[in-house]
Write a protein that binds this ligand. Structure first.
Ligand SMILES: *Cc1c(COP(=O)(O)O)cnc(C)c1O
Length: 338
């Protein structure tokens, strides 16, 4: 048995998901004629109380389009120093949107209105104009940390006052929603644009949605074409996205319980220095200084448990819908016996 906890992107479609994919009604989406894509976009937009949505091949693309439609070069975006848009999107903020980036040190990736206010540039010809704030929920580098809705609301108010746009990288927003005391519509109200991933915890093979106003999504269609993301009969993969939204949200709680179990098993192991608090499906731990963490990764891999390096001495494990209770038992045995 191979247990792959490198990411929640490693899942493969179940039989029922595949059946809905094969029977999807499709058409040319660049002409707006793919019924399944249109249905998925409508479903995603309605869930969050937004006017419209656009289906894209990846979360990187939905984030990059979100940034581009909410800014004009030259300008500046404010985000956490560990955010995906900055660290893992190939320098796209500068390349695609011609913006500079102001990086803040949040609490496990989470910013506060106070920190953002202090980081807004003055109206001075020497400084780039602050135009946009981007938040991530849950925060990947923060070990799956969740935003408090009251802080998000404060940030929203600040952005109104300062005439800034607010984008959400919601690659794992559903992991937050099943745990927090707010729902999709509460989140929808706070942001100008929202990126959600169907291919992370929700288990679709491909695809993300960008949500926003009719006007913004119209702009996004132009940019998606320019980025090379206009797909044709992509309803076959969009069908998996619909299936994922309809069937795989509530079950994320199971992934969170299994992640908690892994956290408990890791605490107290001789090679573990500390474990970040586990709030959702991401478990991040630090290896003691005396052991090279790459050795730990190799030893786990030799026993068929796959994990990834996550920073200096840090290792990440992510639970997902192809990770069962039997695998959990086996994974804990492996972690205890290397
Ligand atoms: C995975 C991820 C994305 C999008 O990644 P793609 O692989 O391009 O779909 C964006 N933000 C976060 C926080 C992610 O974890």
């Amino acid at each position: 048995m191979i247990i792959d906890l490198r990411s929640d992107t490693v899942t493969v479609p179940c039989e029922r998901m595949k059946e809905t994919m094969f029977s999807a009604k499709v058409g040319d989406d660049v002409f707006g004629e793919d019924e399944t894509i249109n249905q998925l976009e409508k479903l995603g937009a309605e869930m969050f109380g937004k006017e419209a949505a656009i289906y894209c091949p990846s979360g990187t693309m939905t984030n990059q389009i979100g940034i581009k439609i909410n800014s004009s070069s030259p300008g500046e975006v404010i985000c956490d120093e560990t955010s995906h848009i900055y660290k893992y999107e190939g320098g796209g903020i500068g390349f695609n949107s011609g913006l500079s980036t102001k990086l803040l040190k949040g609490d496990r990736g989470r910013l506060t209105a106070e920190m953002i206010e202090a980081a807004i540039n003055p109206d001075d010809i020497h400084t780039p104009e602050t135009q946009l704030v981007s938040l991530e929920n849950t925060c990947n580098k923060g070990g799956g940390s969740i935003y408090d809705i009251n802080e998000v609301k404060k940030i929203r108010t600040l952005c109104y006052e300062k005439n800034l746009k607010l984008h959400l990288d919601g690659a794992r927003i559903f992991n937050a929603l099943v745990e927090a005391n707010y729902n999709a519509k509460d989140i929808g109200q706070q942001f100008d644009s929202i990126s959600i991933c169907l291919s992370k915890g929700l288990g679709a093979p491909v695809g993300s949605l960008l949500l926003g106003s009719n006007q913004d999504i119209k702009k996004a269609r132009r940019i998606r074409k320019l980025f090379g993301g206009g797909m044709r009969q992509a309803g076959f993969i969009a069908a998996a996205g619909i299936y994922a939204l309809e069937n795989n949200i509530e079950r994320l709680k199971k992934d969170h319980i299994r992640a908690k179990n892994l956290e408990g098993a890791l605490q107290g192991l001789p090679y573990v220095k500390n474990v970040l608090p586990v709030d959702t499906n991401i478990v991040v731990f630090e290896v003691v200084d005396s052991i090279d963490y790459k050795k730990i990764i190799e030893k786990l891999a030799a026993k068929n448990l796959k994990v990834v390096a996550f920073g200096p001495q840090q290792i990440r494990l992510v639970t997902h819908l192809n990770f069962t209770d039997d695998m959990l038992t086996e994974a804990i045995t492996i972690l205890k016996n290397i």
